[in-house]
Design a protein around this ligand. Structure first.
Ligand SMILES: [Zn+2]
Length: 257
């Protein structure tokens, strides 16, 4: 159900708890089978409620400590100190322990920035439009200006998203991005959003060795992940959950089991 896809984070930032859900272990049926966490996308609301409460109780996270948003493929990041259900934000920043940020995806990339000295966490939903709108730049600026972080020590973790081989785009969409993010695959134009994310982070001061890539493609891995593109829009959503500090021993137990 939960994928702890960043073992190296345990060494770099043991206080950071970070998980992405897979599609396994839930109650939803059909195209949403089975751990769909997205609401208002055609799935049975009761199944979604059960799925959500299963994830939160497994992680011992109280629902009033979560921060989420309807997400709008924009570049706005909310600075939060308590649980909230927001509108129109695609990123959350917090320095508070125990506040769980939730990014919902099914091809877009969940991107987590964390600066250990300041204990500053920024969670982002990054797709083509958000990347183009500058959400990575906004996050890096926020890390520097609000949290006073030295980016050389900041860590970035990139969760499951659609790989460039699976992501063909129109010429107009492709040309909005630098040549380094454009790839030709079998004669058609493809976009490498992950390469763009990594390049943006490095250009703005992050150290390449502090950028951790899950190397998981949502579209290439139907047994584990939903993919909006592959499933032609009729599909579920995963959560990437990040919080600073966690109940003692929880991560060890999850990895064991
Ligand atoms: Zn792929």
């Amino acid at each position: 159900m939960l994928i702890g896809f960043f073992p190296s984070l345990m060494a770099l930032a043991p206080e950071l708890c970070l998980f992405t859900t897979s599609r396994l272990g839930g109650k939803s049926c059909g195209a949403f089978e089975s751990l769909n966490l997205g609401e208002n996308i055609g799935d049975d609301p009761r199944a979604v409620r059960e799925n959500r409460s299963k994830v939160l109780s497994t992680l011992k996270i109280s629902p009033d400590r979560i921060v989420s948003s309807n997400q709008s493929h924009g570049s706005r990041i909310a600075v939060v100190e308590r649980g909230a259900k927001l509108k129109g934000f695609d990123g959350f920043a917090t320095g508070k322990s125990g506040i769980a940020t939730i990014v919902s995806t099914a091809d877009c990339y969940p991107v987590i920035l964390y600066s250990p000295p300041e204990r500053a966490l920024i969670s982002l939903h990054v797709g083509r439009r958000g990347a183009k709108a500058g959400i990575i730049d906004n996050a890096v600026k926020l890390m520097k200006d609000v949290f006073k972080a030295d980016l050389r020590y900041s860590i970035a973790a990139i969760g499951p998203g659609i790989c460039y081989r699976c992501y063909s785009v129109s010429r107009g969409e492709g040309m909005e991005f630098p040549a380094s993010a454009r790839k030709m695959v079998d004669g058609s134009l493809h976009l490498d959003i992950k390469a763009f994310i990594i390049q943006s982070l490095v250009m703005r001061g992050l150290d390449n060795k502090n950028i951790i890539d899950s190397n998981l493609c949502t579209s290439c891995t139907p047994q584990l992940f939903y993919s909006y593109r592959r499933d032609r829009g009729c599909t579920g959503r995963h959560w990437t959950i990040a919080l600073i500090d966690r109940p003692w021993g929880m991560r060890e137990r999850l990895l064991d089991g």
